[in-house]
Design a protein around this ligand. Structure first.
Ligand code: ADP
Length: 188
């Protein structure tokens, strides 16, 4: 199953993605993690990625397309993947379709972890990652609302979207995630 995990910054995508990856034995592909790794290197590109993330802005669709295409081409992706943090723009959604088409694959489901904005701000302020300062948090939410939210409507129209409420106990949320994915499997 090829699953996209969707949600605002701080919605708990990473946490749920790890659990899904373990349960279904599919690789967890987090573009945030991959970019944080790429930003560690010493090169002008690495510095650019780091600055972009620090500002709470999005790294270019072109670079993401290269990174994701290369990753999805690896042999461990044969039985499915869980994509966490990608796509984040409509351009990326179209890129992903092209990448998957070329590989003879498709998206099975887009799982939306719904969390109210006030709760997202609260969680991000508690987390304390390098890009979790108040200004960056505000900017990431702004970018999410203006650029990433439309991707949700796009998948809704395609009939791929399934929503799980992401507030409460991690295990309880995961239970709902599993039930949703199980239902998807039975239908498809
Ligand atoms: P969160 O979901 O908490 O915002 P992530 O680890 O997914 O955290 O992303 C951190 C940062 O990495 C983003 O704010 C952005 O700068 C960059 N990033 C991650 N994924 C993408 C993407 N698909 N397109 C562009 N930038 C991305």
């Amino acid at each position: 199953m090829n699953i996209i995990l969707f949600g605002g910054p701080g919605a708990g995508k990473g946490t749920q993605a790890l659990k899904i990856a373990q349960e279904y034995k599919i690789p967890h592909i987090s573009t945030g993690d991959m970019l944080r790794g790429a930003a560690q290197e010493t090169s002008p590109l690495a510095q650019k990625i780091k600055d972009t993330m620090q500002r709470g802005e999005l790294v270019s669709d072109e670079l993401l397309r290269e990174i994701v295409a290369e990753r999805l081409n690896k042999s461990d992706c044969t039985h499915g993947v869980i994509l966490d943090g990608y796509p984040r723009t409509l351009g990326q959604a179209k890129d992903l379709e092209e990448i998957l088409n070329k590989l003879g694959k498709k998206i099975d489901t887009v799982l939306y972890i719904a969390v109210p904005e006030e709760e997202l701000v609260r969680r991000l302020s508690l987390r304390g990652r390098a890009d979790d300062t108040l200004d960056t948090i505000k900017n990431r939410l702004k970018v999410y609302m203006s650029t990433t939210r439309p991707v949700l409507d796009y998948y809704q129209e395609k009939g791929l979207l399934q929503t799980v409420e992401g507030v409460g106990d991690i295990e309880a949320i995961f239970k709902k995630v599993k039930e949703t994915l199980a239902g998807k499997k039975l239908r498809s």
